[in-house]
Design a binder for this molecule. Structure first.
Ligand code: GRF
Length: 219
């Protein structure tokens, strides 16, 4: 079966990109990366893509008079590469409504919180301040509001008493690297698809374990 063609949009480090590259290198994985696009020429993720022989392109927003022109250049590059699903992976530019409409149900994003809690920036700091016992990460379809859209997959990660934002971010990032490839696999195999405001799953839900923090085991 033909593999789903992915375009990955990055602005920085690219560790989620690396997780997707690793997944796509598995022979049975149902997707392949056809383009990595960055809006910053010094994004570390570009090197990860080049090492894996994946085509890269830099489109810097400063080159364009407005967001619409920048977004059109992105669409042109993505269409030219034959991209079927866009994965935002630490892409730090807001995308305009026209772009989102052009790619409806064809853009997904990863966010380091259990949405709809903690949209936006500084999420780990805000989660710690709010005193939540569980945080985590979410892969969702992109809609015109930031960090909003039908949820595909989530991982819950305990917030520990001695966590600071760096430690919490690092633990959540490990889960991000697990769920982003899984979200792509679910979409590529038709096991997850958007239906209005939610995603319909034909994959197995997990009833394996309820995560409780603090633990009540052995009490
Ligand atoms: C991740 O925490 C992701 O959830 C957020 O931006 C960060 C990107 O990290 N959207 P990386 O560039 O994938 O390492």
């Amino acid at each position: 079966m033909a593999k789903l063609k992915l375009g990955i949009l990055i602005s920085g480090r690219g560790s989620n990109l690396a997780a997707l590259i690793t997944a796509c290198e598995q022979i049975n994985f149902p997707a392949e990366i056809v383009l990595v696009l960055s809006n910053r020429e010094n994004a570390q993720g570009l090197n990860r893509a080049k090492t894996a022989n994946i085509p890269t392109q830099v489109i810097t927003h400063a080159e364009f008079s407005d967001r619409k022109a920048f977004d059109s250049a992105l669409t042109e590059a993505l269409e030219h590469a034959g991209v079927e699903l866009i994965c935002l992976a630490g892409f730090m530019r807001l995308l305009g409504n026209d772009f989102v409409a052009r790619w409806t149900d064809k853009i997904i994003n990863i966010h380091p919180s259990l949405l709809p809690a903690f949209r936006g920036l500084h999420v780990h700091e805000r989660a710690i301040k709010a005193g939540v016992r569980l945080s985590g990460c979410t892969v969702h379809y992109v809609r015109s509001e930031v960090d909003d859209g039908p949820i595909i997959i989530q991982a819950a990660v305990p917030v520990l008493t001695d966590d600071d934002e760096v430690r919490l971010a690092a633990r959540i990032l490990q889960s991000e690297h697990q769920i982003y490839p899984e979200a792509v696999r679910l979409i590529a195999t038709g096991q997850a698809h958007p239906h209005g405001d939610i995603v319909k799953l034909t994959a197995c839900d997990s009833a394996e374990a309820t995560l409780i923090n603090p633990s009540i085991k052995g009490k």
